[in-house]
Design a binder for this molecule. Structure first.
Ligand code: ACM
Ligand code: ZN
Length: 757
């Protein structure tokens, strides 16, 4: 049997290898090793071969005209022939492809299908047109990668199979934020195609934000005239929006692919672009600019002003007219209550409606909008904040701050969608969420009564685009992680096996290449492992995957396959910058890994810390401040150690008397993440470990208001001291200052290393 398979494989390999080079050959190109993602529920592979060529006939049930047109076009784009459409089953039903709609009620929304291939027929059968469409996607994945390159071939081969398939969850979505950065209609259409290919069924389209309003509304033209444009670098204008014609085209394209487009119109927060267009919508009525920084802003729709609701209902009326979706997403997340607390109209509303506080005012706001949507026969979806102060009846909760929102909603017998930051935030880097992590996602919250599982509609991956300015960046974030989400939401969790999935993902890369998807890495290619002792710094690297080669340099040049190959710990003789690049099959994999190392007198010594560092920013533990590894501009790189509110005092016993020329430490500032430089840093030495003498204090001269992210070193002057003990005290600004959007919240202090030279 093994011999038979092997020889068959060899013959087929030769067949496909020789046909591959000749486009005009009538020999079929066959994908012997196709990989299906998501994995079907049931799949029995056979050795039969069906050949699609100029003689292939095509039959479809009358109600499948749209799916048939889609399929015919798909085949025609990649072939130099067209299928011959027939109206009934021929007497000799061979070399025929059949799309068969089974009897069912007219409104069958199920996505189940059966695909059978033998040497005479390809048959896709379902009780719904959506099921037929999903089956076509499975067939697409069985064809060779070249099929997706739209090269005009004379024939294609498909191996025999019997697949019976249906999704585990009925809501399988991607949130696409087209506000933080604007993406053209072409990119949106490309993503609809990609979602369809992986059997996802929902495009959650984030259309309004602080930084841009992206949907044309006839009654309020300033929303796009003003609200779609923000001041960018050097006062240039950045933005864009979708006309109603664009939107109709996108919805129709999605409908052809059995994808529902759910619009998100954010309220009451994340609404600064709308307020910039119509200032009367806010509590203060002041003219604002469209937001051009990232974050959460305090100017939101006024909840006391009836004209706010008139505006929102007008907008939603036009949205409802455009979007056939049963569901309308209204955001509801991250709405600061500061303006409402200081607004007479909002306070009057709290009194007149007998509300307890601003949280109940938010709930009033959402419920009023929910009632309106209900009057238009639509269902409201909101982020999990809509649970606070009481959930509107029939509203669907999208859980993002963990899974508790989904648990609470489902417990209450209300529907929920799961997209927690832990597994589903594709804007996060691979350090936080890699392919394996997405694959571990379970949309069912743990602890949920099995009888209530049906209230979990499914899940979404959220693609926020603050840091994704273009299509390549988008591809890099979404792929290959989307493949894991697709399988989690469609396939049987009992059969889930990462190793097997990972191998199938490898087989999808040639397809994605042909589809012009600039996918990113699966995992962080390089991680730093153990390295420092009191005697030496030995840098150990961990590969993100077995099939990677790591090349490195210590001389500031960019690594390439002609640099040193990492084979074991790298001993560091002096301070240096390590640069590492991973290669997979000689192709660059992931981004450059770069770390500075400082060799100094305290390397590997146990520091005495006055503070308990945050478990989110440990720097790797106590030794973070003496291990030699310096922090990068990414404060989550694992080298920064941090505390909130309190100062940092670090004392090091050097074990013997040393001549010290300089003490220094680097700190980090990124004020919009509440991280500030220390206002002052004091350096001390001691001969006996009891009495400490101040060498000098360095006062910070950089304003806490300075934006962006940067590192500043603080150091002693040039006094040389003899000492056995050294100490640094870095003061903390303690609270975010009054001017800060998070005024009064506990400020962060970040240090990477206490350097003793
Ligand atoms: C969210 O990420 N603010 C829903
Ligand atoms: Zn107000």
């Amino acid at each position: 049997m093994i011999f038979f398979r092997y020889s068959l494989f060899l013959v087929l390999f030769l067949v496909s290898a020789c046909t591959d080079s000749k486009d005009d050959s009538t020999m079929p190109l066959i994908n012997e090793n196709y990989a299906l993602i998501p994995q079907p529920q049931y799949c029995d592979k056979k050795t039969d071969l069906f050949v699609i060529n100029k003689d292939t006939r095509f039959l479809f049930s009358g109600k499948l005209a749209k799916e048939a047109a889609y399929f015919l076009k798909l085949i025609h784009l990649s072939s130099d022939f067209q299928l011959i459409t027939v109206n009934e089953l021929p007497e000799k039903p061979e070399n025929i492809i059949i799309l068969e709609l089974e009897q069912s009620d007219k409104n069958d929304k199920s996505e189940q299908y059966q695909l059978s291939v033998d040497s005479e027929q390809i048959r896709i059968k379902s009780s719904s047109s959506t099921g037929i469409f999903r089956g076509i996607q499975t067939l697409r994945q069985m064809l060779p990668p070249e099929f997706h390159a739209k090269g005009k071939r004379k024939s294609w081969g498909v191996r025999g199979v019997l697949i019976k398939d249906f999704p585990a969850f009925k809501w399988r979505g991607l949130l696409f934020d087209c506000c933080r950065h604007f993406f053209s209609k072409k990119v949106v259409l490309k993503y609809i195609d990609l979602l369809a290919f992986y059997k996802m069924n929902t495009l959650h389209w984030h259309l309004t934000e602080d930084q841009g309003w992206r949907i044309a509304i006839d009654k309020y033209p300033e929303l796009t005239r003003t609200g779609a444009w923000r001041k960018d670098k050097e006062n240039s204008k950045y933005g864009g929006y979708y006309s109603k014609k664009d939107i109709k085209e996108i919805i129709a394209y999605a409908a052809e692919r059995h994808i529902n487009v759910v619009p998100e119109i954010e309220l009451p927060g994340h609404s600064q672009a709308a307020i910039a267009a119509y200032p009367h919508l806010s509590c203060t009525g002041r003219q604002l600019e469209v937001g051009n920084k990232w974050g959460v802003f305090k100017d939101v729709y006024c909840a006391g002003n009836d004209s706010t609701f008139v505006f929102l209902e007008d907008v939603l009326n036009e949205v409802i007219e455009l979007f056939p979706s049963q569901y309308i997403h209204i955001g509801g997340d991250e709405c600061p209550k500061y303006r409402w607390e200081h607004c007479n109209k909002c306070q009057n509303r709290i009194k007149s409606e007998n509300l307890k506080d601003e949280h109940e005012l938010q709930s009033y706001f959402i419920k009023r909008i929910a009632r309106f949507l209900e009057s238009r026969n639509k269902t409201l979806i909101g982020w999990d904040e809509i649970l606070e102060g009481g959930l509107a009846e029939n509203a669907v909760v999208q859980s993002w701050r963990g899974m508790n929102g989904a648990l609470e909603a489902a417990d209450n017998s209300q529907f929920a969608i799961a997209s927690p930051t832990s597994h589903a935030y594709f804007d996060y880097n691979l350090q936080a969420i890699d392919l394996a992590k997405v694959y571990q996602f379970n949309p069912i919250p743990s602890g949920l009564d099995p009888a209530k599982h049906r209230f979990i509609l499914g899940g979404e991956c959220n693609m926020w685009t603050e840091h994704v300015p273009d299509e390549d960046g988008l591809d890099n974030k979404v792929f290959p992680r989307l493949l894991a989400m697709s399988e989690v939401l469609w396939s049987d969790s009992v059969k889930r096996n990462y190793e097997d999935f990972y191998q199938r993902v490898q087989m999808h890369y040639p397809i994605l290449d042909f589809m012009n998807v600039k996918y990113g890495a699966e995992t962080v290619p390089v991680r730093l492992s153990a390295f420092t002792s009191t005697k030496s710094i030995n840098i150990k690297l961990l590969k993100g995957a077995e099939n990677l080669d790591l090349y490195y340099t210590l001389n500031d040049s960019l690594p390439s396959p002609s640099s040193s190959l990492y084979e074991g710990a790298i001993p560091l003789k002096k301070s240096a910058t390590l640069k590492v690049l991973a290669f997979k099959n000689n192709k660059k994999y992931g981004s450059l890994f770069e770390r500075k190392f400082s060799k100094h007198l305290a390397n590997g010594l146990q520091p005495e810390l006055s503070y308990s560092y945050s478990q989110n920013y440990t720097g790797g533990g106590d030794l973070a401040v003496t291990n030699g590894a310096r922090g990068s501009l990414n404060f989550r790189d694992g080298n920064w150690q941090a505390v909130q509110k309190v100062p940092m005092q670090i004392t090091i016993d050097l074990k013997s008397n040393k001549t010290i020329s300089k003490l220094s430490a680097a700190f980090y500032q990124k004020q919009d993440s509440w991280i500030f430089l220390p206002p002052k840093v004091d350096f001390y030495y001691s001969v006996d470990g009891k009495k400490y003498t101040l060498i000098n204090s360095v006062v910070n001269t950089i304003s806490p208001e300075k934006g962006g992210e940067f590192i500043k070193e603080f150091s002693t002057n040039s006094n040389i001291v003899e000492a056995e003990f050294v100490r640094i005290i870095a003061h903390n600004i303690t609270y975010c200052p009054n001017w800060h959007p998070a005024a009064g919240s506990e400020a962060w202090l970040f240090i990477d290393e206490f350097v003793v030279e």
